[in-house]
Design a protein around this ligand. Sequence first.
Ligand SMILES: Nc1ccn([C@@H]2O[C@H](COP(=O)(O)OP(=O)(O)OP(=O)(O)O)[C@@H](O)[C@H]2O)c(=O)n1
Ligand SMILES: O=P(O)(O)OC[C@@H](O)[C@@H](O)[C@@H](O)CO
Length: 437
Amino acid sequence: MQQEQRSSSDRPLDPGCLLECDAERSADRLGCAVVDFPVAVVLPAGGCGERMGLPTPKQFCTILNRPLISYTIQSFERLSWIGTVVVVIAKENHDLMLNIVQKFNHTKVKVVHGGTTRHRSIFNGLQAFSNTTESTLPMPKPKVVIIHDAVRPFVEEDLLLKITLAAKEQGASGAIRPLVSTVIATTSEGYLDHSLERAKYRASEMPQGFLYDIIFQAYQRCSEFDFDFGTECLHLALQYCGTSAKLVEGPPTLWKVTYKRDLAAAEAIIKETLSTSACIIAGAEAEAVELAKTLQKNLNMMETDVIPCGKESNAEYLSKTRNFIHISTTGSNFLGVLDMVKRFEDTDHARLYPVVIVWVQLNMTKQSADSQRTDELTVFRSLASEVLQGNVLLYGIQIDHSKVPEQWERSVERLTQITVALIRDRNAALTGQLLHA
Ligand SMILES: Nc1ccn([C@@H]2O[C@H](COP(=O)(O)OP(=O)(O)OP(=O)(O)O)[C@@H](O)[C@H]2O)c(=O)n1
Ligand SMILES: O=P(O)(O)OC[C@@H](O)[C@@H](O)[C@@H](O)CO
């Protein structure tokens, strides 16, 4: 595995959030070892996303053909020490939410209807665990409940573990981040009254954790004003149960998707995280193996494996990446691609994130006859269109072998650049195209 050293600050989100890789699973084992009590989650998702300014509520806006809320749900579902995930949605989005649960196989989700404000929605979610309502789905009360905005898609296991354990010990816990802007108080005429010393304050983020009985009691005791205008669950626990939350500083990726720019940022992070690795499959021919090794050297921004044709369907490689570069010297040798796609279908590998296959055709002979090329392109386009239905993005790049070193080097550089662009952008519009390096 080859990876250019990167500073921790510019490294994308921990791929564990997005890839069920070995490191992710071992972290989950840590959680199972230390969390020996029931933990459940309430995701308030009943808002309309007014500040986003789109007709679709922001929690249902899609990134790579998948609603934002599904990424958040998966951040919790992937952890075996977390039980039920109660998703609180507006009544009118009930069927939409059930479709998302079914399409993305969110097996831990229970759907509950929200209220007119975030606090009301959260309380409705909490009541789904209690048998003190007419709820048709009373579920066993958890020891700790994690409350997390459905529009905060990036939440990593180690923070969830800290929040959960702190809530178990202290009764309440919450994620915080340093303030970026200074907080000021204004006069009624719109002038500066005073500013707060920024270093003394923090932004309250999510996730937050609570002993279930504490936060449930706080909501039972809080006022109508709290329900209508409050925005802070930690405040309710302090005000109505005397429980002062333990604060845990979280990573920069904790932010809440509120405006359009936040959705663009979330898409960029997801795409970047999906582009950190690739598996290069080399055909049997010596030239294909040589090109695979050169490409691996050029793709030094990614963790790459070079494997012989036929091994790409090994579980070991499937769990590491969703990017496959298939190099072959013969013409329309799609058999390798078809085997891979079948494997993806069997393992559900493309259910949550689109899988990229870049088919590199290394032309060793002079150009084939135009009619052959046209037929080839027709077959390729039809295959690409078919596999797209299974969330597989199939791209083609042709490269003509050259014995002139400078010419060959330029071609391989172009091949590298096109490959990186296709993997990073995952644009469905380019599938089925035979680009030329
Ligand atoms: N009645 C409400 C209002 C908000 N939320 C949820 O609370 C989270 C954080 O709230 P916010 O970012 O304010 O979402 P919206 O209220 O949808 O946004 P806006 O204020 O821009 O309308 C979101 O997941 C939102 O869906 C909720 O469950 N029920
Ligand atoms: O006020 P909004 O509904 O936009 O967002 C809710 C946020 O206030 C909340 O998620 C954190 O501040 C933690 O309480």
